[in-house]
Design a protein around this ligand. Structure first.
Ligand code: COA
Ligand code: ZN
Length: 304
């Protein structure tokens, strides 16, 4: 039996937050529905952040309400930066939150105006509350490999965070290469050590394709046993607070690669191309996966 890899499309959050074009609630819903139609198993739908800091994410509560009203079945996730974000997410009926933990002081200061230690305390408080509220928590470790402000991240820092948050009850820990600075050997080493200590079930990876190493990094993590990945439809995105960061590895590419390697993703590649086209049309900036031209030709031939 083939193994399953769980892909979370973070395009509607990580992707859209950095676009010059601010999408309406209706357009965001259109994108989320198109991604769900492909069979993508989880979608990070938006974030509850200051609308002044990230105007593209204003209205995330309305997006969640509309999905609820439509009895949307794909599991959805909201990113939260702080306690206020958590409270807003809870009010909107969110069942899974991604909270960000920092592996460098520079990134914590730039992103949420706190030190690494302060941000860690806040996230541990949120985690405690979320467990009481029955809300699932994904802790994403920003700059798990390298920080644009503080340089290379010491793997020991990441290992400590993973151990601490798993012990505190986090449901999942995601290693984020926030600016796309990781290389495959580094990824292989860190993920192999973590899988040896904690198993792979609760671990995931989030790569950006800034230096064209996104897929190579996914492959390295797969080799270590990681089976959960974030990616973004049409390669949309980047973090507005990280100089030089480009979009996540495209869902288009990661789904094709993993399926060709024999993994089950639950994703229909033909429908995925349509969702990718929609993401490109709506934003005008999403590059589209590198696999797309080939894949569209290949799928067209299969139909004939
Ligand atoms: N959702 C909505 N509004 C929020 C909020 C949240 N999660 N957290 C704070 N705010 C509001 C406050 O109510 C306040 O509003 P006001 O000016 O109308 O009174 C304002 O934002 C400033 O609040 P403050 O607590 O002083 O925070 P700050 O100015 O230090 O900003 C953040 C910190 C985290 C709120 C802000 O930088 C942010 O939302 N950043 C987004 C980070 C992000 O999305 N990163 C991408 C993920 S990697
Ligand atoms: Zn990201």
């Amino acid at each position: 039996m083939s193994e399953t890899v769980v892909i979370t499309d973070v395009g509607p959050r990580d992707g859209l937050q950095n676009q010059p074009q601010v999408l309406s609630v209706e357009q965001r819903l259109q994108l989320v529905n198109a991604i769900a139609d492909c069979g993508v198993p989880q979608i990070e739908v938006g974030s509850f952040v200051s609308p002044k800091a990230v105007p593209a994410m204003a209205g995330t509560g309305q997006v969640f309400s509309a999905l609820d009203a439509a009895e949307f079945v794909t599991p959805t996730i909201a990113l939260i930066p702080n306690m206020k974000g958590y409270e807003l997410a809870r009010e909107s009926g969110v069942k899974t939150v991604t909270m960000v933990v920092y592996a460098s002081d520079g990134m914590a200061q730039k992103n949420v105006g706190m030190s690494m230690a302060e941000a860690e305390l806040v996230t541990l408080d949120i985690l405690k509350l979320a467990k009481e509220d029955g809300i699932e928590v994904i802790a994403t470790i920003a700059v798990a490999f390298e920080c644009p402000f503080d340089g290379a991240t010491d793997p020991a820092v990441v290992k400590n965070i993973v151990a601490k948050f798993l012990a505190a009850g986090a449901d999942q820990l995601v290693l984020a290469d926030t600016v796309g600075a990781a290389h495959p050997q580094q990824v292989r080493e860190l993920t192999a050590t973590l899988v040896a200590s904690h198993g792979a079930e609760q671990l995931g990876c989030h790569f950006h394709d800034t230096r064209a190493m996104g897929l190579a990094n996914v492959y390295a993590a797969v080799e270590s046993g990681i089976r959960r990945f974030d990616s973004s439809i049409a390669g949309l995105g980047g973090c507005p607070f990280s100089p030089g960061a480009s979009g996540n590895v495209a869902t288009d590419d990661i789904a094709m690669m993993l399926q060709q390697m024999g993994f089950k993703t639950g994703i229909d590649l033909g429908k995925l191309m349509q969702a990718s086209d929609l993401a490109q049309r709506l934003t005008g900036t999403a590059p589209g996966g590198r696999s797309k031209t080939w894949l569209q030709g290949y799928l067209a031939k299969q139909v004939d």
